[in-house]
Design a protein around this ligand. Structure first.
Ligand SMILES: NC(=O)c1ccc[n+]([C@@H]2O[C@H](COP(=O)([O-])OP(=O)(O)OC[C@H]3O[C@@H](n4cnc5c(N)ncnc54)[C@H](OP(=O)(O)O)[C@@H]3O)[C@@H](O)[C@H]2O)c1
Length: 274
């Protein structure tokens, strides 16, 4: 694992910002190397030992972070960025996790000569098992990319894309993806109930099955197909179910339609400026 860059500036200490910070601290970042801007007093309390302020004007004037990570909601981003113009000149790389906001939105404020990385994490980052996809602007060199990657790798897996446009598809697959899996749990539990199982037991079975299968997939070196085949004996119960799932109205076709809808929505939101 790469060493974490420091000092770090986190703008927005909400769900994702605080999950990232927990990951960094767990990987050895000293709280004294973390600066956080978070207007909500209750949320500020979560950053014990860090330098936590309510607004950027309260940051030390000499602060020169190696990375400044923007983790505010898309709706407020345009209003938030101008206050960081000065500090951006002293920042190694500007890193965004703000969904749907293009690199151009940052370049418009900070200049296209500033190294900027846009990323798309997902909620399992909260338990260190996220999937983050990153895209760097041309001003980023190897060092800047390494710094951005090290921060996101602290909460899970990372991958780079060379085309910013792919982030719409990435959003549709891994960004929104955890919700599809949670819905699978709901559907499996409902199916169990329909067969007469008590609701609570059906939900417990569905939840443990999806979580357990996910963990098996994570730990095993095998492909999803190989794991599926390993539990499917010819003529057995699993095969009977898979015949339906892989039949004419297949789960794959439905998922494909759902992911395409998410991708279209991502494009619409970007075109509307969110
Ligand atoms: N959660 C996810 O799974 C996920 C996945 C991919 C990307 N993202 C992106 O991550 C970003 C944050 O999402 P989130 O779920 O963590 O949202 P969140 O919990 O609402 O966090 C945003 C935080 O930013 C704070 N904030 C508002 N204005 C600010 C300002 N001027 N300066 C500093 N902080 C400010 C908010 O405080 P107040 O509540 O007081 O306004 C809040 O604590 C979003 O842009 C989202 O698109 C999230």
């Amino acid at each position: 694992m790469n060493e974490l860059p420091r000092p770090l500036l986190l703008v927005g200490g909400g769900r994702m910002g605080s999950a990232l910070a927990r990951g960094w601290l767990a990987r050895g970042l000293l709280p004294s190397d973390l600066y956080v801007v978070e207007p909500d007093e209750g949320r500020r309390l979560a950053f014990v030992g860090a330098h936590v302020v309510a607004q950027p004007a309260e940051l030390p004037p000499e602060l020169a972070p190696q990375v400044a990570l923007f983790a505010v909601k898309p709706q407020v981003l345009e209003a938030v960025l101008p206050a960081y113009r000065e500090i951006a000149r002293r920042t190694g790389v500007l890193l965004s996790i703000v969904a749907g906001k293009p690199i151009a939105a940052f370049e418009a404020v900070f200049g296209s000569d500033r190294p900027i990385v846009r990323s798309m994490p997902n909620t399992p980052a909260q338990v260190g098992r996220g999937m983050t996809v990153l895209f760097a602007n041309p001003a980023c060199g190897e060092n800047e990319r390494r710094m951005a990657e090290a921060l996101m790798a602290a909460v899970g897996e990372v991958a780079w894309v060379s085309d910013e446009d792919w982030l719409h598809a990435v959003t549709a697959v891994s960004g929104s993806g955890p919700a599809y899996v949670f819905h699978l749990v709901e559907a499996l539990a409902q199916a169990g109930e329909r067969l007469g199982l008590p609701a609570e037991l059906a939900m417990r079975l569905a939840r443990a099955t999806v979580a357990g299968a996910g963990e098996l997939l994570y730990r095993s070196g095998e492909s999803a197909s190989a794991l599926r085949e390993a539990v499917t004996s010819p003529g057995g119960t699993t095969e009977a179910a898979l015949r339906v799932l892989m039949g004419e109205q297949s789960l794959a076709a439905l998922v494909s339609e759902a992911v395409a809808a998410a991708e279209r929505r991502s494009r619409q939101l970007a075109a509307a400026g969110n």
